[in-house]
Design a protein around this ligand. Structure first.
Ligand code: B12
Length: 332
C-alpha cells in the first residue's frame, strides 16, 4: 500500500499536510478499509456493499476536510495496482466493483449521504433524542432517568433496548460519521449504554419460567460491535432460556469447540460490517461440517445482515432476524 500512499501524497501534498503527522497513518488505514470492504463485497457478490461504503466514506472524509476527488483517485490507483499484479481472470470483477465505486462518487450520490441509521430501524420510542443527547454528553444520571421513565411506562426490557437504545446508538453513529462528535464521545455513549442496559436488566429480572432451552451468542471474528447481540442474548434470557454470551471477536475455532462442548439448541452470531461476512460464512460451514446432526440451529444477525434480505442465505444460516424482539419471537 506504500506505493499508493506515496502517490497520493505526491499529488496532494498541500491538502495532506493539513492531516498532520498522523495523516500518513490515516491514509494507509483508509486504503486498508477499501480493500477489506471491497473483498467483502466481492465475496458476497454484491457491488452495492462497496458503493455504499464508498459513499459513506466520502461523507466521513468530506466532513473532516479531505476532498472527495482524493478518494476517487485512490480507487483508480488501487485498480492500477491490482491490474498489474493480479491474475487476468481475477481482474474483471475487481475492476467492475472499483468502477462502480468511482461512478457512485461522480454521480453525486455522496451528497445524498449513505447512513446506517435507518437500516431495519425499529419504531422509535419518543425519548430517543433525549437519550441520545444524554449519552453523547456523558450524562449517565439523566440517561438513567429517561430509561427509568420508559420502564415505568412499558415494563418491557426488549422494547427499551431495541426502540430506545438501538435508534439512539444508530443516530450517534451518524453523528460520528458527520464529524459532529468525537470517537471518544462515541465510546463514552457505548460504555454508558452497556452499564444502563445491565442496570435495566437487573430491574427487569426474569419473570419467565425456565424453559429448559439453551442458546449461545457471540460476535464473529473481528466484530467489536456487540451491544446488539447482547440485547438478543438478554431477550432470550428474559424469555426463560438458559443463555451464554461470549462477547466480541470470538475466534472461530474456540466458538466451534464451545458449541461442541455445551450443545446449545441455538447458536446466534453477529456480523456488523461487510468484511466480517466471509468469516461468518466460514463459521457456519465449519459448524455444519464438524458437528453434523449434533449442530445447533444457526441464527445470524447484525447490521451487515440487515442491509439486504438474502445475506443470511448466502451465509448458509438456518435463520436470520433483524432485531432482538423478532429473534426471540421467532424461536419462542
Ligand atoms: C457503538 C459503536 C461502536 C463501538 C462498539 C462497542 C461495542 N461494545 O459494541 C466501537 C467504538 C468499538 C466501534 C468500532 C468501530 N466502528 Co462502530 N459503531 C457503533 C455504533 C454507533 C452503534 C453500534 C450499536 O451498538 N448499535 C445498536 C445495536 C443495538 O444495533 P445493532 O448492532 O444493529 O443490533 C441489533 C440488530 O442488528 C440485531 N442483531 C445484532 N446482532 C445480532 C445477532 C443475532 C444472532 C441476531 C438474531 C440479531 C442481531 O439485533 C440487535 C438488537 O435489536 C454504530 C452505528 C450503527 N448504525 O449501528 C457504529 C458503526 C457500526 N461503526 C462504524 C465503524 C466504521 C466502526 C469502526 C470501523 C470505526 C473505526 N474507525 O475504528 C470500528 C470497527 C470495529 C469492528 N471491527 O467491528 C460504522 C460502520 C459503517 C460501515 N460502512 O459499515 C457505523 C455504522 C457508524 C457510522 N454511521 O459510520 N463502533
Amino acid at each position: 500500500m506504500q506505493w499508493i500512499t506515496d502517490e497520493i501524497y505526491r499529488r496532494h501534498q498541500s491538502v495532506l499536510r493539513l492531516r498532520g503527522a498522523r495523516g500518513r497513518y490515516h491514509t494507509e488505514q483508509d486504503l486498508k478499509y477499501h480493500i477489506e470492504f471491497l473483498s467483502g463485497a466481492l465475496a458476497i457478490r454484491n457491488p452495492v456493499f462497496f458503493t455504499n461504503y464508498v459513499c459513506w466514506l466520502a461523507n466521513v472524509l468530506e466532513t473532516r476536510g479531505v476532498p472527495v476527488p482524493m478518494l476517487y483517485e485512490s480507487l483508480e490507483l488501487l485498480e492500477d495496482f491490482y491490474g498489474r499484479r493480479l491474475d487476468a481472470s481475477l481482474r474483471p470483477p475487481l475492476a467492475r466493483y472499483l468502477e462502480a465505486g468511482r461512478l457512485a462518487l461522480s454521480d453525486g450520490r455522496q451528497a445524498r449521504e449513505v447512513s446506517y441509521a435507518n437500516v431495519h430501524r425499529p419504531a422509535d420510542l419518543v425519548s430517543v433524542d433525549g437519550l441520545k443527547e444524554s449519552l453523547m454528553t456523558g450524562d449517565a444520571t439523566s440517561a438513567w432517568s429517561i430509561v427509568r421513565a420508559c420502564w415505568e411506562e412499558t415494563g418491557d426490557y426488549v422494547a427499551i433496548a431495541t426502540r430506545l437504545f438501538q435508534p439512539a446508538l444508530y443516530d450517534i453513529g451518524t453523528a460520528w460519521q458527520r464529524n459532529e462528535i468525537t470517537v471518544a464521545q462515541e465510546h463514552l455513549a457505548t460504555a454508558i449504554s452497556q452499564t444502563l442496559l445491565t442496570q435495566l436488566y437487573l430491574v427487569a429480572g426474569s419473570q419467565a419460567e425456565p424453559s429448559g432451552r439453551k442458546a449461545l451468542f457471540a460476535g464473529v471474528e473481528d466484530n467489536r460491535h456487540v451491544l446488539g447481540v447482547r440485547m438478543v442474548s438478554d431477550a432470550f434470557a428474559l424469555a426463560g432460556w438458559s443463555v451464554e454470551y461470549l462477547g466480541a471477536d470470538t475466534p472461530t475455532e474456540a466458538l466451534l469447540q464451545h458449541v461442541d462442548a455445551t450443545t446449545p439448541e441455538v447458536l446466534g452470531v453477529s456480523a456488523s460490517m461487510v468484511q466480517q461476512l466471509p468469516a461468518l460464512q466460514r463459521l457456519v460451514e465449519v459448524v455444519r461440517a464438524e458437528l453434523g446432526e449434533r449442530r445447533p440451529i444457526i441464527l445470524v444477525g447484525g447490521l451487515s445482515t440487515n442491509q439486504f434480505d438474502d445475506v443470511w442465505r448466502w451465509l448458509g444460516a438456518d435463520l436470520w432476524s433483524p432485531d432482538a424482539a423478532h429473534a426471540v419471537k421467532e424461536l419462542g
